[in-house]
Design a protein around this ligand. Sequence first.
Ligand SMILES: Cc1cc2nc3c(=O)[nH]c(=O)nc-3n(C[C@H](O)[C@H](O)[C@H](O)COP(=O)(O)O)c2cc1C
Length: 279
Amino acid sequence: MRGAAIVVARVRRVRPVSTDTHIPKCGDERLRMTRALRHAFPPSLRRGLYEAIFRRRDIRSFLPDPVPDEALARVLVAAHHAASVGFTQPWDFVIVRDLERRREVHRVFTEERRRNADQFAGKRRDQFLSFKLEGILDAPLNLLVTCEPERFGPAVLGKTSIRDVEIYSTCLAVGNLWLAARAEGLGVGWVSILRNDALAAIFSLPPKVIPIAYLCIGQVVEFPDRPLLESAAWAARLPPKSLLHFDSWEGTGSADDRRLADLVQSAEIWKSVLAGDAD
Ligand SMILES: Cc1cc2nc3c(=O)[nH]c(=O)nc-3n(C[C@H](O)[C@H](O)[C@H](O)COP(=O)(O)O)c2cc1C
């Protein structure tokens, strides 16, 4: 089953769609306008993007097969094309193949995992300890994505009182990288059970450079349909409707707004994207 189709199936399972209340009629003006968006990608490209989004997973188990350089190069360029505040492009990418450095990172992970486990008690702690939460040594490749906030500073177009905008930008680069890797058939796992001071020392980062994402990258046996933490009943995806607010945190919105809230949980919105789906 394809990624977007899986999402649709799950929407159906979680909250059956009532055609009376949730689906706009064919003549509905707003739906018609959506279908006619002038600069929308052609169907196959649009679908490809959503497939990458829904079929991306955090991966912690890898095959030993190498990551082809060409695919890796495309993934890095995709990351580099992320939005960035003032077009500062504050990121760098440290490609880590050296096993000794990776062992050092793994030692830090082992210490931090213990500290993380101590945040939980009883069965929850046991479950935490049963999880594999990294692939630092199994993945053929590790990648440290960093941020240099003052690369073009201190004056930055788009930066006044919100201090972390370069960090946000770097996270967008990681998002691009993660999706592009999925499209290439490469798994990516983000390991944050680490310490930034240790990463800075292991990789000799200059003082102004901040570690943002320590990633394990490689080929995988499979991309699971669902997040591993969801399959293990550690956490569940929140209903998207519950995350919408209208005009203020407390705002319940108009009838149109409430219909939008129903739409985000409706399988109907995916019909046009999945048109021709053979699954
Ligand atoms: C900032 C960040 C840090 C994360 N750190 C870890 C980690 O240390 N270990 C781990 O196993 N997964 C880590 N994850 C992955 C999340 O657990 C995962 O994204 C989430 O469970 C949803 O699963 P999915 O990415 O497969 O959709 C991290 C993800 C993000 C965005």
